[in-house]
Design a protein around this ligand. Structure first.
Ligand code: ATP
Ligand code: MG
Length: 467
């Protein structure tokens, strides 16, 4: 950790003039920021994007206030490479738009400006004020439950700070003197690795329940503890996620599971009761089919590993694992009613997907390959004649084969078929012929990998006899 910064945290006196607790938003507004001068914090221009700096300088030179805020400053503080850069300013979206030819105003719920530099996009946000104040541009809306529907009321930097989610996300880097303005004791919370909601957590989660998911995401990604006061209401308010539009949840799911900390995130979502609000049928399947949880964890672990190795990952594979349990339960029921396996899987896939879409919208470009991965699970065991060669040519073969390996690893099916396919892919023509003959001798059409355990878990104890 940067020396000056540590010193700043340790020295009492003038640096600690704002002793308000960050849970007390009103106090935070009155006390003003703590200014951390350039020589006492670790954020250096060398680690900031040139495009972001250009935006800051141009706003500054035009007479506006301009700061970097949010994840980029938080991550720089922690010595991590920032992923993207968010600028906060007192210029309105229209004024920002006028300064940058390469910009456009986006969003309705939150109007912001995107300034584009090649592939990089800098997000410029006008300071938000309090929704109930009588500002010029008065268009904040709140639902009866306290959910913020729109938030386009402009304010000053202090008001903007207390409307952000966590204290560590409310650090503002000023381009005027390279100092950091800390409105909610974010620097202290970074030092103690604490994730703390600004203001009254219950109210803030009610305003925007996605903040509960963001709490889990940051805790898992940064390895921070959620402060007790910010943690407790999550258990109680998890159900509020049901109000969030499926499209927004899809974006959040990607950020949750495709950021390299999927396993930890999944466990935390379950711990806080958030997971059943996102994937209700999967939660149910986990209670009935013991391998479901292992399959999901194995898929997340493999995704995390690929991300660390900078190999490509696809949400289709993850969704395939997340929803395979419910699909298998549904397929089993359809088969019990007399439907043959192939149509039963197709119908089960369709039904599970359409129910899931009410919670999280999965775009077709991911749901189609997901269904291919499922369909191929029925084709992988059929290896007679040309079938193995045809399956091998399927564009989704590789993902389906990886998926089969995870099913074996999770104990859903007996190992064996995965090894066969591994050998088949690696073998020369001669070896492939030998494997095909071996498979032909053992397999029958409609064959499927052997299940390891009975489909449904037995009740632990029989219900007491009624005398
Ligand atoms: P990362 O980009 O690394 O995922 P981030 O903190 O930058 O993390 P963004 O979604 O880019 O997250 O948001 C930028 C900033 O906007 C946040 O740091 C936070 O200050 C504020 N913010 C974002 N979403 C919310 C929200 N739902 N409620 C309150 N403030 C928010
Ligand atoms: Mg960001």
């Amino acid at each position: 950790m940067f020396k000056g910064f540590t010193r700043f945290l340790q020295s009492p006196g003038e640096h600690l003039r704002s002793l308000f607790g960050p849970d007390d938003a009103a106090a935070a507004e009155l006390a003003g920021p703590r200014i951390i001068p350039r020589n006492e914090h670790p954020v250096s221009r060398q680690h900031l994007s040139e495009s972001a700096l250009k935006v800051l300088y141009r706003l500054h030179n035009a007479g506006y206030e301009a700061y970097l805020v949010g994840g980029c400053i938080r991550d720089s503080f922690l010595g991590r490479m920032p992923k993207d850069f968010d600028v906060a300013t007192d210029a309105t979206p229209e004024q920002v738009r006028e300064l940058f030819r390469n910009s456009r105003i986006i969003g309705r719920r939150f109007r912001i400006v995107h300034v584009r530099f090649g592939r990089e996009v800098i997000e410029v946000t006008t300071f938000r004020g309090r929704p109930n104040d009588d500002h010029g541009d008065h268009i904040a809306q709140q639902s009866e439950q306290g959910l913020l529907l729109r938030d386009n009321v402009w304010g000053n930097i202090q008001e903007d700070a207390v409307r952000r989610d966590f204290t560590i996300n409310a650090l503002y880097y000023s381009i005027a003197d390279f100092s950091i303005h800390d409105f909610a004791n974010g620097a202290r919370d970074i030092e103690s690795r604490t994730l703390r909601m600004i203001g009254d957590p219950t109210t803030r989660y009610r305003e925007d329940p996605v903040r509960m998911l963001r709490a889990i995401r940051f805790a898992a990604k940064l390895d921070f503890q959620i402060a007790p006061g910010s943690e407790a209401p999550i258990h109680e308010q998890a159900h509020l996620l049901l109000q969030i539009p499926p499209a927004r949840l899809f974006d959040e799911i990607l950020k949750l599971f495709m950021a390299g900390h999927g396993v930890e995130t999944f466990r935390m979502l379950r711990h806080y009761g958030l997971f059943p609000m996102l994937f209700p049928e999967t939660e149910e399947a986990m209670a009935t089919l013991p391998w479901t949880e292992g399959l999901i964890e194995a898929a997340l672990a493999s995704t995390d590993k690929r991300i660390r190795e900078e190999r490509p990952v696809t949400p289709a594979f993850l969704f395939a694992a997340l929803l395979w349990g419910p699909v298998q339960l549904r397929q089993a029921t359809l088969e019990e009613d007399g439907m043959p396996p192939i149509p039963a899987l197709q119908l089960a896939s369709q039904q599970v997907l359409s129910r899931q879409l009410k919670h999280i919208s999965i775009p077709k470009r991911f749901s189609m390959p997901m269904r291919d991965i499922w369909d191929l699970q029925q084709r992988l065991p059929l290896r007679r004649g040309k079938r193995a060669l045809q399956t091998r040519e399927h564009p989704r073969f590789r993902a389906a084969y990886d998926f089969l390996l995870l099913r074996e690893e999770a104990g859903e099916v007996e190992p064996g078929l995965g090894d066969w396919w591994t050998a088949f892919q690696e073998g020369d023509e001669h070896e492939q012929m030998r494997l095909l003959e071996k498979a032909g001798a053992n397999a029958t059409p409609g064959d499927r990998p052997k299940r390891r355990r009975p489909r449904k878990r037995r009740r632990r104890s029989a219900p007491p006899d009624n005398p």
